[in-house]
Ligand binder design. Structure first.
Ligand code: ADQ
Length: 513
C-alpha cells in the first residue's frame, strides 16, 4: 500500500522541516563531515525520501562559514547511497533569525502554548518578524521545488516552526484567495500542501492566549490537509479555527474548515516507529554488549531490577515528577531498596533557553536528592546519564529493563513508549505510561497508566508494575506489541499519504491533479 502511494507521489514530494536529516559541518580546510540522523522523525522521513527522488528543505544548522557554502544550497544525500539519492536544500539563517524564529517564537511561545504551559510562554514582540521572515524563506524554497517537480507536487510540512508557510506558499503560487489556482508557474505551480503538527493542539481556552493567534490559524489554513496525532487535537484545532478567526466555516463532523475559498481537511494519524528495525537492533550483539557493559560500568548488580526512562531534557517530559514517584516508592516500600534501579537517559536540548537550563538543574537536583536519601555502598537508586547512546545501545537498554517509564506532563505522541514495546524480547517489561501523552490514546488500555503529578498514585503504579504476575505482564506486553506493530512507521506514512490522496482527489484513489 505504501509503495503504491509513494509511486503515485513519485518525484513530486517536497518535505519541509526545521531539522535536517543530515548535518554538514564545513571545516576551514574545505573538509566536510556529515552527521547521520538519530531516531525519531527525520530518520523515518529519510527512508521515505530514499524511495522517491524528491527535495527536502530544512534549516542548514551545521558549522559553516557563509563564505564556504555560498551558493551551495543544495546537496545530494544520503552521502553513502547514490542509488537512493535525493536533494537536501539548506536555508542559511543568520544568528538573529535563529534567535527570533527558533528560540523565541517556536520554542518560547508556540511550544509551551501548545503544551498548555502558559506560565512558560515568553513575550517576544520583534521575534515575530524573524519567524515570519524565516517562514517566508521556507515558502520561497517550497514554491521553487514544487514548480521544478516532475509529477504533481506534494509539499509535506512539519511542525510548529512552519505555521505561516502554507499561506505564504499560496501567495506565491497565485492560488491565494480566489479558490482556484491561476497557475502562474505552469500546471504544477499550485501544489497540494499537507502539514503534520507533531505536538498537541491545546484547547481554545489555552490557544486564545497566543499573541498572534489569527496569523497562525490563517497560515495553517493554507494547507489542504492538516494532520495531528490523535482526534483530541483535531477537535481542539477545529474549535480554535471556529472561535479564533473571522470568516471560517467549520464542519466539526466532517473535520473540515472552509476559509478564503479553500477547504482544509483535518485528520488524525498517530505516528508509529520502525518496529522491525528496532527489534533487530535489540537483538544485535552490539545491544547485548551494551547491556552488559552498562550494568558493569554503572555498578548495577546483575540481579537488580531495572526501570528506564529516555527523554530530551524538556520540561514537558515529566522527569522530575517521575523521580518524585520513585522516591515515594522507595520510602514506602523499603523492600525495593537495593533491588530496583532506575536508569534515566537524558539528552540535552534547547539549553540556550533559560527554562531548559533550569529544568536540567532541577532534574540533576532530584537525582541527587533521591540518591543521597537512599544510596548504600553497593547500590544507587537512580543512574542518570546525558552521554550519547547509540540506537543499538538504546534498544538494548529497553530490552534489559523490567519497566519502561514514560511520564510526560503533556506530549504530542511520544515515540519512546513505542520503541520500548518494540524492543521487548522473550521476557518483555511493563510500560508505565502517562495519560497525558498522545500515545496513551492508542496504547493506554494495556499500559499501567499514571497521572504524572499524582505522586502517590504514580508510586503505587510503579509498585503494581514491579509486582505484576508474569501472566498479566505477558498478556499486556503482547497486546502492546500487536498495537505498535499494526501502527508502525510505514503504516503511519500510508495513513498520511492516503489522506493526501483522498484530499487531492476527493473521490478516493491516487491524486489525479
Ligand atoms: P520529541 O519531543 O523529541 O518529539 P519523542 O516522541 O519521545 O519526543 O521522540 C524522541 C526521539 O529521540 C525518540 O526516537 C528517542 O529514541 C530519541 N532519543 C531521545 N533521547 C535519546 C538519546 N539519549 N539517545 C538517542 N536517541 C534518543 C516530538 C513530539 C512527540 C512526538 C514526536 C514525533 O514532542 O510528542 O511523538 O515529535 O511526532
Amino acid at each position: 500500500d505504501l509503495d503504491r502511494l509513494l509511486a503515485a507521489v513519485g518525484d513530486g514530494l517536497v518535505v519541509a522541516s526545521n531539522r535536517q536529516p543530515y548535518r554538514h559541518d564545513y571545516g576551514d580546510d574545505g573538509e566536510v563531515t556529515v552527521d547521520r540522523p538519530t531516531g525519531g522523525l527525520t530518520a523515518g522521513l529519510d527512508e521515505v525520501m530514499r524511495r522517491v527522488d524528491g527535495t527536502w528543505i530544512a534549516w542548514g544548522d551545521g558549522e559553516a562559514d557563509a563564505a564556504v557554502v555560498d551558493g551551495d544550497d543544495t546537496v545530494s544525500v544520503p552521502p553513502d547511497d547514490a542509488e537512493h539519492s535525493y536533494a537536501l536544500r539548506r536555508l542559511w539563517l543568520d544568528e538573529d533569525e535563529v534567535e527570533g524564529y527558533y528560540y523565541e517564537v517556536a520554542n518560547q511561545v508556540l511550544w509551551p502554548l501548545c503544551h498548555a504551559a502558559l506560565g512558560t510562554v515568553e513575550s517576544c514582540g520583534d521575534a515575530w518578524v524573524d519567524y515570519r521572515r524565516v517562514n517566508d524563506q521556507f515558502a520561497d524554497a517550497m514554491a521553487d521545488a514544487a514548480a521544478d517537480a516532475d509529477g504533481d507536487p506534494l509539499v509535506w510540512l512539519h511542525d510548529y516552526h512552519l505555521a505561516l508557510a502554507p499561506r505564504q506558499v499560496r501567495e506565491r503560487t497565485g492560488a491565494e484567495g480566489s479558490g482556484e489556482s491561476r497557475h502562474v508557474g505552469g500546471p504544477s505551480a499550485d501544489p497540494t500542501l499537507a502539514h503534520t503538527w507533531h505536538i498537541p493542539w491545546p484547547g481554545w481556552d489555552t490557544f486564545r492566549a497566543c499573541p498572534n493567534r489569527a496569523a497562525i490559524l490563517d497560515g495553517l489554513l493554507g494547507n489542504d490537509l492538516l494532520v495531528f496525532h490523535v482526534p483530541r487535537y483535531c477537535e481542539a484545532f477545529l474549535r480554535s479555527a471556529d472561535r479564533g478567526l473571522d470568516g471560517t466555516a467549520v464542519d466539526f463532523d466532517a473535520g473540515t474548515v472552509d476559509y478564503r475559498g479553500r477547504t482544509t481537511t483535518v485528520r488524525a494519524a498517530p505516528m508509529g516507529v520502525p518496529v522491525d528495525r528496532i527489534r533487530e537492533q535489540a537483538d544485535s550483539a552490539e545491544a547485548a554488549g551494551f547491556r552488559a557493559a552498562f550494568r558493569k560500568n554503572r555498578g548495577i548488580d546483575r540481579d537488580t531490577r531495572l526501570g528506564v526512562g529516555v527523554d530530551r531534557l524538556d520540561y514537558t517530559k515529566g522527569i522530575v515528577q517521575r523521580l518524585d514517584a520513585i522516591e515515594r516508592l522507595l520510602a514506602e516500600r523499603p523492600a525495593y531498596r537495593g533491588e530496583f534501579t532506575f536508569v534515566q537517559v537524558g539528552t540535552e536540548s534547547r539549553s540556550a533557553i533559560p527554562a531548559y537550563a533550569d529544568y536540567q538543574d532541577r532534574v540533576e537536583a532530584a537525582v541527587e536528592r533521591v540518591n543521597d536519601r537512599f544510596a548504600t555502598d553497593d547500590w544507587r537508586p537512580v543512574v542518570y546519564t546525558t552521554d550519547y547512546v547509540s540506537d543499538e545501545g538504546l534498544a538494548g537498554l529497553y530490552r534489559e529493563a523490567d519497566l519502561g517509564v514514560v511520564s510526560p506532563v503533556r506530549d504530542g505522541m511520544n515515540l519512546v513508549a513505542q520503541e520500548f514495546v518494540a524492543a521487548g524480547g522473550d521476557d518483555p517489561g511493563v510500560l508505565v505510561l502517562s495519560d497525558q501523552a498522545g500515545v496513551h490514546d492508542v496504547l493506554g488500555e494495556h499500559a499501567v497508566s499514571v497521572r504524572p503529578h499524582d505522586t502517590e498514585g504514580f508510586a503505587a503504579a510503579l509498585d503494581d508494575a514491579l509486582s505484576m504476575s508474569e501472566r498479566e505482564r505477558r498478556r499486556r506486553a503482547n497486546a502492546l506489541a500487536d498495537g505498535v506493530e499494526d501502527d508502525d512507521l510505514d503504516s503511519w506514512l500510508a495513513d498520511v499519504l492516503g489522506a493526501v490522496a483522498s484530499v487531492a482527489s476527493p473521490d478516493g484513489g491516487v491524486p489525479t491533479r
